[in-house]
Design a binder for this molecule. Structure first.
Ligand code: NAD
Ligand code: UDP
Length: 319
């Protein structure tokens, strides 16, 4: 029996980039939102505008430790997502993914909550199949510098499916491809934020490798919409499902686009390609289209413009 009328939603990693946008949407829907974060890469500024809302609550907690709450739905997003952050303390990254999943799945089992895992395209590693479909098992190095993230997320998927089979936990798994937008951390080292900040400061644009590697960039609003559709969708469809924008660009093309949109005088410089950096990535989103009636709507140019406007506003605060 429930003692509250509103749906109560827990967002782990809720003060981060994606989590804070998800909290916005959940608060707007009138749900009771519990935002959990240890502020490793998240920032109070991302959720400051929500703090006085009666249906929003902030919990400072590290997901490597268990916690007990009464909730109806859990969006499990807590985990550093950019290579420099997840490689900063790789053991902790594995703990966050694996222990975090165990703690959240245990909670979901106890209180009979529905739980969604923010998995990642990195579970495909450096893919030999292009574009990547959900039935591709991936090509991942188990012992490289990216493995703490990739293998942690792979193990989390395994845990989700085992809790589902063994304990009938009502799960959803989404595999998120490179997503960008306002509230990305200016120093988190991901390519979109790096290039925009470099361009706005007229600094050199740092291309790793020769810039022919590809990524497919999804704007945050589209991605959050897909996550919510997945959570709200029928219990028979638990995933995993790819969520991302299938429009694929080389990193060099992205640099040119950012320079064009910012009018920067920056020059492009080439640096070493990091170890195990995937050469190509593009989601096959047929499954999301069919099952969730979802596809991204925001084109790269429009999304980049919104992101540039955001970084302009926060960089002016720093000056
Ligand atoms: P982010 O770094 O902005 O957000 C992660 C949040 O988790 C931060 O607020 C951080 O402080 C919090 N966190 C980290 N470790 C924690 C811990 N031990 N306990 C509690 N909180 C902790 O990154 P993001 O881009 O918003 O990513 C959110 C989720 O989506 C991550 O799980 C990430 O793996 C996944 N994802 C993101 C992308 C993307 O392109 N943005 C792609 C694939 C998957
Ligand atoms: N990248 C780059 N310059 C940068 C940051 C990243 O050329 O300043 C490259 C990086 O090597 C990778 C791609 O851009 O090939 C995407 O990097 P990001 O860290 O954003 O995401 P991920 O590699 O996890 O997809």
């Amino acid at each position: 029996m429930k003692y509250h009328s509103n749906k109560r939603v827990l967002v782990t990693g809720g003060a981060g980039f994606l989590g804070s946008h998800l909290c916005d949407r959940m608060v707007d829907k009138g749900y009771e939102v519990l935002c959990l974060d240890n502020f490793f890469t998240g920032n109070k500024k991302n959720i400051q505008h929500l703090l006085l809302k009666p249906n929003f609550e902030l919990i400072r907690h590290d997901l490597t430790q268990p916690l007990f709450l009464e909730v109806d739905e859990i969006y499990n997003l807590a985990c550093p997502a950019s290579p420099i952050h997840y490689q900063h303390n790789p053991v902790k990254t594995v703990k966050t993914s694996v222990l975090g999943a165990i703690h959240m799945l245990g909670l979901a089992k106890r209180v009979n909550a529905k739980i969604l895992q923010a998995s990642t395209s990195e579970i495909y590693g450096n893919p030999e199949i292009h574009p990547q479909k959900e039935n591709y098992w991936g090509n991942v190095n188990t012992i490289g510098p990216r493995s703490c993230y990739d293998e942690g997320k792979r193990c989390a998927e395994t845990l989700f499916f085992d809790y589902h089979r063994q304990n009938r936990v009502n799960i959803r798994v989404v595999r998120i491809f490179n997503t960008y937008g306002p509230r990305m951390h200016p120093n988190d080292g991901r390519v979109v934020s790096n290039f925009i900040v470099q361009a706005l400061l007229n600094r050199d644009i740092t291309i790793y490798g020769d810039g022919t590697q590809t990524r497919s960039f999804c704007y945050v609003d589209d991605l959050v919409d897909g996550m919510i559709r997945m959570m709200d969708g029928p219990d028979e469809f638990i995933g995993p499902v790819n969520l991302g924008n299938p429009n694929e660009f080389t990193i060099l093309q992205l640099a040119e686009k950012v320079i064009e949109l910012t009018g920067a005088k920056s020059k492009v410089v080439f640096m070493d390609l990091p170890v195990d950096d995937p050469l190509q990535r593009q989601p096959d989103i047929h499954l999301a289209k069919e099952k969730l009636d979802w596809q991204p709507r925001i084109q790269l140019e429009n999304g980049l413009q919104k992101t540039i406007d955001y970084f302009k506003s926060i960089l002016s605060e720093f000056r």
